[in-house]
Design a protein around this ligand. Structure first.
Ligand SMILES: [Cu+2]
Length: 111
């Protein structure tokens, strides 16, 4: 009986913990000859954000992406979707760009 109770408690806690985890806002991005598409992104503060970036061209300097304010840099292999979880973001503007640090490439507006 005691074992059953503990199992029930663990089960309830795991369900509770899972319920607390909000589903992330997934943003699909492509790197084309025009750069990051889209390059302006709106998200909210109370949900974690996940970027999914696919580089579609070799004719770009964005063979990697960087987000200096989050101390983040990832390679973007051709035609492969790279998932970058950013967690919950604080209110403001987050700039991202190519690996060469051309930081006008894109902005995430966190509201
Ligand atoms: Cu560049």
């Amino acid at each position: 009986m005691r074992v059953l109770n503990i199992t029930a408690i663990v089960f309830c806690l795991s369900v509770f913990a899972h319920a607390q985890e909000p589903t992330p806002t997934v943003i699909d991005l492509e790197v084309t000859e025009k750069g990051f598409v889209p390059n302006k992104i709106d998200v909210v503060t109370d949900k974690p954000v996940e970027l999914k970036i696919t580089r579609k061209t070799d004719n770009t300097c964005s063979t990697s992406v960087q987000i200096p304010s989050l101390k983040l840099k990832k390679d973007l292999p051709l035609n492969k979707t790279v998932t970058i979880p950013l967690g919950k973001l604080t209110k403001g503007e987050i700039r991202f760009g190519c690996g060469m640090n051309m930081m006008d490439s894109g902005i995430i507006y966190v509201k």
